[in-house]
Design a protein around this ligand. Structure first.
Ligand code: GLU
Length: 416
């Protein structure tokens, strides 16, 4: 077995660790460790130079006991079926934890969007939907944005699905542009939801958010909005930011909007005037109150966990902390807001989008934010209470609550 962190193994182990408390039989535990359905697709795509290139994609529907499956689509050059499986499992626990009537899924296409033209990206997005058309739909499985996919990609996907079904099917995809049935407030929902949870955690720990020290790893949709809202909503000091090329640090605090302009013109946050260049590893080890990993999985692991100095670790990425880091963080007294709790804002507002599409409604942004805050607060306190009452860490508490709900639904449906 490799010593490299493996998200799928970690997710399965986490399940074992709460299986005892839930009194799961070995058969039920085994069922929960594998996806219910997986589809592999080969996508021949016409490239701009006239050639035809073959791309590979997957869709994993992990568990649908609680409702139609839900989860994003990642476009990434190093995508693997194993990581998609793990992420589909995380979606299942995430939807259950936040009491959404949805199961969990995830999809991916192995491709590098940074090397594709706009038209090539469109053809891949449409080909992917043609490939998985038979198993998705508003009552089956509803894709959404994830790493390197965005509202434009969702618009193409919704359009392709609608063409194939012969009618407008806005509810087949979420995370769409607002002019095409997307929900107000979906664009920053993951980051905003995360901050609603951080606010509760900060109160619990007696940390005043004004001028608190924040570092954010990742500067995609989630990372950017996490940094922007830190300053805008709570007056925090954003000391460090990073992207896949590296990071920047300023003791005086950074202006995320201005850094975004710099990234747009130079391709990276690096070399931002007045800031010091740092590595992604340096960023994780900074002396901050709140550390927000908002990029990819396994960035905090057994090798670097002991260097963390933060008081709150708010996991806006999916699976940023490997299992090998868990006890180290616990012993250091770091308050972890686990991914399935912290980053639930995205799928919560996706669910609101589905409801609006079904009834042809368009809610105001403020309405969406108020409902999102209520759901995040409820979920945060249910996890915290469970963790304190049962003397387990926040991740175990979140998993136990979530898996318990999925098991109950499977029992009520007589699947087990
Ligand atoms: N990709 C997001 C996540 O990992 C959102 C999924 C969705 O909206 O369905 O939670």
């Amino acid at each position: 077995m490799s010593s490299e962190p493996n998200l799928l193994e970690d997710v399965r182990e986490q399940l074992c660790s709460c299986a005892m408390g839930l009194k799961l039989t070995p058969d039920i535990e085994a069922f929960l460790k594998i996806p219910m359905r997986e589809l592999f697709v080969a996508l021949p795509v016409h490239m701009d130079d006239g050639s035809i290139k073959l791309f590979r994609g997957f869709r994993v529907q992990y568990n649908e006991a609680l409702g139609p499956t839900k989860g994003g689509v990642r476009f990434h050059p190093e995508e693997t079926i194993e990581s998609i499986r793990a992420l589909a499992a995380l979606m299942t626990w995430k939807c259950a934890l936040h009491n959404l009537p949805l199961g969990g899924a995830k999809g991916g296409v192995i491709c590098n969007p940074k090397e594709l033209s706009h038209r090539e990206l469109e053809r891949i997005s449409r080909a992917y939907i043609r490939g998985i058309y038979q198993i998705i739909g508003p009552e089956r499985d509803i894709p959404a944005p994830d790493v390197y996919t965005n509202p434009q990609v969702m618009a193409w996907m919704m359009d392709e699905y609608s063409k194939l079904s012969g009618k407008n099917e806005f509810g087949a995809i979420t995370g769409k542009p607002t002019s095409l049935g997307g929900s107000a407030g979906r664009y920053d929902a993951t980051a905003r939801g995360g901050w609603y949870a951080i606010k509760e955690a900060a109160e619990e720990l007696g940390i005043g958010l004004k001028n608190s020290r924040v570092a954010v790893q990742g500067f995609g949709n989630v990372g950017y909005h996490a940094a922007y809202l830190a300053k805008k909503l709570f007056g925090c000091k954003v000391l460090a930011l990073s992207d896949s090329k590296g990071g920047i640090y300023s003791e005086a605090g950074l202006d995320p909007e201005d850094v975004s302009g710099h990234k747009l013109s130079t391709g990276s946050v690096r070399d931002y005037p007045g800031a010091e260049n740092i590595t992604n590893e340096n960023l994780l080890a900074l002396d901050v109150d709140i550390l927000i990993p908002a990029a990819l999985e396994n960035v905090i692991n057994g090798n670097n966990a002991k260097k963390l100095q933060t008081r709150i670790l708010a996991e806006l990425a999916n699976g940023p902390t490997a299992k090998s880091a868990e006890n180290i963080l616990f012993n250091k007294g770091i308050h972890v807001i686990p991914d399935i709790l912290c980053n639930g804002g995205g799928v919560i507002v996706s669910y609101f989008e589905m409801v609006q599409n079904q009834y042809r409604l368009q809610w105001e942004e403020r309405e969406v934010q108020i409902l999102l805050e209520k759901k995040m607060k409820e979920a945060y306190h249910s996890v915290l209470d469970f963790s304190l009452k049962n003397k387990v860490n926040m991740r175990q508490a979140a998993y136990t609550l979530a898996v318990g709900r999925v098991v109950e639904a499977m029992q009520l449906r007589s699947w087990i």
